[in-house]
Design a binder for this molecule. Sequence first.
Ligand SMILES: NC(=O)c1ccc[n+]([C@@H]2O[C@H](COP(=O)([O-])OP(=O)(O)OC[C@H]3O[C@@H](n4cnc5c(N)ncnc54)[C@H](OP(=O)(O)O)[C@@H]3O)[C@@H](O)[C@H]2O)c1
Length: 334
Amino acid sequence: MIHLASKNRYDKMTYNRCGRSGIKLSALSLGLWHNFGSVDVYDTAKDILFHAFDNGITHYDLANNYGPEPGSAEETFGKVLHRHLKNYRDEMVISTKAGYYMWPGPYGDWGSKKYLVSSLDQSLKRMNLEYVDIFYHHRPDPDTPLEETMAALDQIVRQGKALYIGLSNYSASQMQKAESMLRKMGTTCLIHQPRYNMFDRWVENGLLEVLNKRGVGCIPFSPLAQGLLTDRYLKEIPADSRMAKSHGFLQENAFTDVRKKAIVQLNELAQKRGQSLAQMAIAWLLKDKRITSVLIGASSVEQLYNNLGALGNLHFSVEELQHIEIILKPTLKQ
Ligand SMILES: NC(=O)c1ccc[n+]([C@@H]2O[C@H](COP(=O)([O-])OP(=O)(O)OC[C@H]3O[C@@H](n4cnc5c(N)ncnc54)[C@H](OP(=O)(O)O)[C@@H]3O)[C@@H](O)[C@H]2O)c1
């Protein structure tokens, strides 16, 4: 059955221009790395997508390997889109990626033209799409010439299989080189997707500046440090959490004593601001105008609504920002 989307969905969201492009993205975007695989409950995945769209989230982020099983998040997304949301395809920005291990042999990993082109063809089939809006190279490849990877991305855009190009996990200097190459070919880089949250600040050492100067958007992933920056981790590891499920992506050694202390202190500050910790962690990223959108994950509709609530208070006083830095200082030394 076709889902009838909320009529006032666009009044509930703010939209930020992506770098110096023509595209605006919702301030929150939804990632399908976890919770949308073949091992997850289809109806929950569907409900999260419906509520996200009904609340003005226009951008949905995938990758070839999201699941588990790898590829199954794209299949779930394709099913929900075609069964229930197909009238709204043109109101969505759908991204996918290739760059991590996807299939055996020398052509299913990293950054060769062979891998990127065939992987995107597979992703389009899994999602039953003619094109994606953004195709990312998922991580830099130290062994493939950058020229080859960028030429593959340029070709993909010229073939109409992707409208825009994105790069993920590239350092500031890699980004400068890649962006210049793409620009010379006539295909600008729309956006960069780095990990960025209160516990992981590497982008502040040059990358954000490069993106800003070059007019490239920025969409931080894991804004909640995969769930650590929420009130679920105030005492112990929650039984049904990503950490407890032990897929290996969020290991117990990330929950250090120093972080535990910081989570409690940050939660107290969030409460004083009238926010949940998750909301404050998202707002803390969006306070920087160089951030186009924050790419969240959610394992339930409740979490999604909690995160959407971040938009209610994006302002921080100087004192609050200083207080946050004091709390985080011991965690940044780890
Ligand atoms: N480019 C890359 O290399 C790369 C890498 C990683 C991710 N990404 C992208 O970024 C997206 C987001 O990453 P992420 O899932 O790590 O983001 P995240 O927002 O940091 O973590 C999401 C997890 O936090 C918990 N959570 C979310 N909202 C909550 C709330 N309000 N209260 C309590 N817990 C809450 C849930 O975990 P529980 O399951 O424990 O409930 C949820 O699955 C991915 O889906 C993917 O699209 C990209």
